[in-house]
Design a protein around this ligand. Structure first.
Ligand code: NAP
Length: 245
């Protein structure tokens, strides 16, 4: 039996990395999945991998895009069971170099867009007694240097997750978060380092992981599937870390 038979899901940032793996895993379990991102080509590639996946091109920091996603779901399926707030960005700068525009850019995507999409999706999620899954990061509770805008944003996401879980539990809606450690995706490619220096940097990070390697997006998707499925029917307000130990 498919674990998400005929469910309808939104996964932001479904054109790459963790979002793509989640969209594909959900579709394999019977869900119809609407993904969103700014670049059409990667969204098209994800959608081409499974006929249950469709996409909306747009910037989720803009309310027009959010309305477009919700309208697409309403028109196509008339219901929504699962919202995965996955799109995110991780600026790498010491606080001595951060500008208020950098802050705005990080918080607009990593926090404001999550709140905005959740507000817009909630009427449908409440109707279906559905579930919400937010992407945090292990950095929210274990901050590292040069990531303050990112880890600050993800700390907000963890508290939103827990607050919303308390408020929505009596209405039958579960809210959880994932806190991945180092997962091999494009998010690690945004760097000014030379290829050699980037490899040395990543090898250093992998050496500090008890399992000795980065995680794969599919390993995050497996936990996402559990959390949105009925198998997790008594799990809400949880933040699951996926860190290789
Ligand atoms: N990889 C890790 O090690 C790691 C660890 C902890 C947490 N996370 C979290 O996991 C989530 C997914 O990241 P990832 O690692 O899979 O990185 P990724 O491959 O870079 O994915 C980020 C996705 O977000 C989309 N996106 C970015 N800005 C957007 C915007 N303004 N509007 C719409 N979509 C936007 C991107 O598509 P477009 O560029 O086409 O818009 C992309 O598909 C993020 O929330 C990240 O913080 C990742």
């Amino acid at each position: 039996m498919e674990k998400l038979h005929e469910k309808v899901a939104i996964v932001t940032g479904g054109g790459s990395g963790i979002g793509r793996a989640i969209a594909q895993r959900f579709a394999r379990e019977g869900a119809y999945v609407v993904i969103a991102g700014r670049k059409e080509q990667p969204l098209q590639e994800t959608a081409a991998s499974d006929e249950k996946i469709s996409y909306v091109v747009g910037d989720v920091t803009k309310t027009e895009t959010i309305e477009e996603i919700i309208n697409a779901v309403k028109e196509k399926y008339g219901r929504l069971d699962i919202l995965v707030n996955n799109a995110g960005w991780c600026p790498v700068q010491p606080i001595t170099e951060v500008t208020i525009e950098d802050y705005d850019q990080a918080f607009d995507l990593d926090v404001r867009a999550v709140v905005n999409l959740t507000i817009h999706a909630l009427p449908l999620i409440l109707q279906s007694k559905g579930t919400i899954l937010n992407l945090s990061s292990t950095g929210a509770t274990h901050p590292a240097a040069n990531l303050s805008m990112y880890v600050g944003a993800k700390a907000a996401i963890e508290n939103f997750t827990k607050s919303w879980a308390i408020e929505l539990a009596p209405k039958g809606v579960r809210v959880n978060a994932l806190a991945p450690g180092a997962i091999r995706t494009n998010i690690w490619n945004v760097t000014d380092l030379s290829p050699e220096a980037a490899k040395a940097h990543e090898d250093g990070i992998a050496a500090g992981i008890p399992m000795g390697r980065f995680g794969r997006p599919e390993e995050v998707a497996n936990v996402a599937l559990f959390l949105v499925s009925d198998e997790a029917s008594y799990v809400s307000g949880a933040v699951y870390s996926i860190t290789g130990g």
